[in-house]
Design a binder for this molecule. Structure first.
Ligand code: NAD
Ligand code: MG
Length: 395
């Protein structure tokens, strides 16, 4: 039992998959953590239900047309929780004294602004929203370093690397790192050829063999764009140049990633595929806390396999490498085009293989600029959304 007041944790994306895992771990440690702010995009009823359970001081619904619904829902439940709405309220609360830690688990570029606000305010950020690093990695890392904000990755691979390095503080050179090996499950379509991917449906794409996740990241896992985004994420988080990062398909999803050192030693982090472990690492770091996840029984699991990714069937991974090498606004274009394409795929408007085609189209159509300011990055994000939507509408 700690002798100080519990750390106040804001959970943004509370109604999502990461949000649920975060709240599960927080609720196991009432003496150490308290969910003080809960935020969601549009799911008012689910947000009110979480408020009944976790009794935060503040609740935010990003869609401001839903303010009255949230306010009335909280009142009808007899809660003292204050209602807020809109993106500006997210930024304000993320930076405010109402939280010490932010679980940044909004999906997509929509999560950037509040993550930047928390970074500028010097918070501990448990960063699940990898899209914000892909869109504005340099800016976000610079802002965090300048304000003394602590960014702890909430992505199983990056948490694995973080644990193998035992921090993010040392440079890769200083830590004696030769290579970072990111593992990938391969997703639900591992082993299929490009031709076999033509007819796959959204329901098949979101049925991930190992992880239970939100719809967008599930599709990203099926196209391998998720691994592409993660390569860019690792580049920013650990200051790793592209030539020091490798991707390895590991279908069992038990080795979450590996770090190879200059002396020939390779460290791996292992565990069951359950994000509560990752969230417990982030909440407790540098201490270890209970997460509700059991240990790994290697005798039951039996074997660990590794294979190279199939770049022909899954061109998104190559597109991400290409965008990272181009630098500037290219990753922002990649990310925005992918968000629009995945949303259209989930709505049944385009085929699975249109996702890489639409992303490639945006990257080849839009010119890459140097990404010095947030305004330049957001403008590139907007242009990529517009031309991708136009390509979908005119197909
Ligand atoms: P999800 O779809 O389950 O949840 C998304 C959450 O974001 C919901 O609470 C939703 O209300 C909220 N949201 C959506 N749009 C918003 C907006 N405009 N403003 C505010 N809130 C908004 O997604 P998820 O699987 O929990 O993933 C969340 C993030 O974590 C993603 O960036 C994903 O890549 C990353 N991540 C997830 C996992 C996982 O296991 N689920 C693993 C690693 C990384
Ligand atoms: Mg991951």
């Amino acid at each position: 039992v700690s002798d100080t007041a519990p750390r106040r944790v804001a959970v943004f994306g509370a109604t999502g998959s990461i949000g649920a895992s975060a709240l599960d771990v927080i609720a196991r440690h009432p003496d150490r953590y308290r969910a003080s702010v809960l935020a969601a995009g549009r799911q008012v009823e689910a947000l009110v239900a979480l408020c009944v359970q976790h009794r935060p001081d503040h609740a935010v619904i990003a869609d401001d047309t839903l303010f009255a619904a949230l306010r009335d829902g909280l009142r009808d439940a007899g809660l003292p929780t204050r209602a807020h709405a809109g993106a500006a309220a997210l930024d304000q609360l993320a930076a405010s004294a109402e939280c010490d830690t932010l679980v940044a688990a909004i999906v997509g570029a929509a999560g950037l602004s509040s993550t930047l606000a928390a970074a500028t305010a010097g918070k501990r950020i448990l960063l699940a929203n990898k899209e914000s690093l892909v869109l504005a990695g340099e800016l976000l890392m610079r802002q965090a370093a300048g304000a003394g904000a602590e960014i702890i990755p909430i992505d199983s691979e990056h948490s694995a690397i973080f644990q193998c390095l035992r921090s993010r503080d040392a440079s890769l050179e200083g830590a004696g790192v030769r290579r970072i090996l990111l593992t990938a499950s391969g997703g639900p379509f591992r082993g299929r050829s490009r031709a076999e991917l033509g007819q796959v449906t959204p329901a098949q794409a979101v049925a991930h063999p190992k992880w239970s996740m939100g719809p967008k990241i599930s599709v990203d896992s099926a196209t391998l764009m998720n691994k592409g985004l993660e390569v860019i994420e690792a580049h920013h988080l650990f200051g790793a140049p592209g030539e020091r990062i490798e991707v390895l398909v590991h279908p069992q999803s038990l080795v979450h990633s590996l770090v190879e050192f200059v002396d020939g030693s390779t460290l791996a982090q292992m565990g069951l595929p359950d994000m509560r472990t990752t969230l417990a690492v982030g909440l407790g770091w540098p201490q270890r806390i209970e997460s509700g996840v059991g240990g790994l029984d290697l005798l039951t699991q039996g074997r660990l396999d590794f294979e190279a990714p199939d770049n022909d069937a899954f061109p998104c991974l190559g597109l991400a490498w290409q965008a990272m090498a181009a630098g500037g606004t290219a990753p922002a274009i990649l990310n925005a085009a992918n968000e629009v394409a995945v949303s259209a795929f989930l709505q049944g408007k385009v085929a699975f293989l249109a996702i890489p085609a639409l992303v490639a189209n945006a990257l080849s159509t839009l010119s890459v600029e140097s990404a010095d300011t947030l305004a330049v990055l957001l403008a590139a994000d907007q242009r990529a959304r517009l031309i991708t939507q136009a390509a979908i509408d005119h197909a």
